[in-house]
Design a protein around this ligand. Structure first.
Ligand SMILES: C[S@@+](CC[C@H](N)C(=O)[O-])C[C@H]1O[C@@H](n2cnc3c(N)ncnc32)[C@H](O)[C@@H]1O
Length: 224
């Protein structure tokens, strides 16, 4: 468990300013009290945030939430907890979940790494991080989300057979993801880096990369 916020923790996200649409702002005000989870008071079993409790997938860095919505709609028996520091995106996700009458989405505005510190080992069916910030400059690589400590924590949080699904369109980061996950004894990286499986919707960030000619790489590692 976390013992407060370590002062030395390196942030994996950029501070961003962007506009919150009126519908997202309204959704935040109306829905966050019921559908929001706070890092400091998060239940160690996120399944308890749903009625009835159910297996949970944690999505780290949900951005504007389009992929979250599509995957939640396709799998109503699984609870999706989307965590992002980007409040306008979480508002858009909440507005979408209400519009689509989705009861299996919960959100957390905060640092996923801090949230993960609070969760019980073996308590998650899956963890997704689609297109985590690439931090392309070498001096910023230490800010990348997928590092050995992250892989170890993620693996520990997964129930046996649970999956850590990562995607990126930065070849160097894809290689780092594979190297880090392959070195984690609790993870089985299967075939390694693969093309986007057809069941993973194209994300908003990915769409921009595709337009710029960047192919995506997926890695689906299973908890042994
Ligand atoms: C490049 S965007 C990708 C968004 C979305 N997954 C997509 O593919 O469109 C990365 C997102 O991760 C979020 N993020 C990065 N580090 C995070 C952290 N430690 N905790 C929560 N969110 C984080 C950022 O705020 C941003 O919204």
């Amino acid at each position: 468990m976390s013992e407060g916020r370590p002062a030395h923790r390196i942030r994996t996200f950029h501070p961003r300013r962007s506009r919150t649409t009126p519908s997202a702002a309204s959704a935040l005000i109306r829905l966050l009290p019921g559908w929001g989870i706070e890092v400091e008071t998060a239940p160690s079993y996120l399944g308890d945030a749903f009625a009835p409790p159910r297996p949970v997938v944690l999505e780290i860095g949900s951005g504007m939430g389009e992929t979250t919505l599509a995957m939640a709609q396709a799998d109503p028996d699984t609870g999706i907890v989307a965590v992002d520091v980007h409040t306008p995106g979480i508002g858009a996700l909440l507005a979408g979940a209400e519009r689509e009458s989705l009861g299996n989405v919960r959100v957390c505005i905060g640092d996923a790494v801090e949230l993960m510190d609070r969760l019980a080992l073996g308590s998650l069916a899956g963890i997704r991080a689609y297109f985590p910030d690439p931090w392309p400059k070498v001096r910023h690589h230490k800010r990348r989300l997928v590092q050995p400590a992250f892989a170890h924590r993620a693996a520990g949080l997964l129930a046996p057979g649970g999956t850590l699904h990562l995607a990126t369109d930065i070849a160097h980061y894809a290689d780092q993801m594979l190297e880090v996950c392959a070195a984690e004894p609790l993870l089985d990286v299967g075939p390694g880096l693969v093309a986007r499986p057809s069941w993973r919707p194209i994300t908003g960030y990915e769409r921009r990369g595709m337009a710029a000619g960047r192919p995506s790489f997926d890695l689906i590692a299973s908890r042994r």
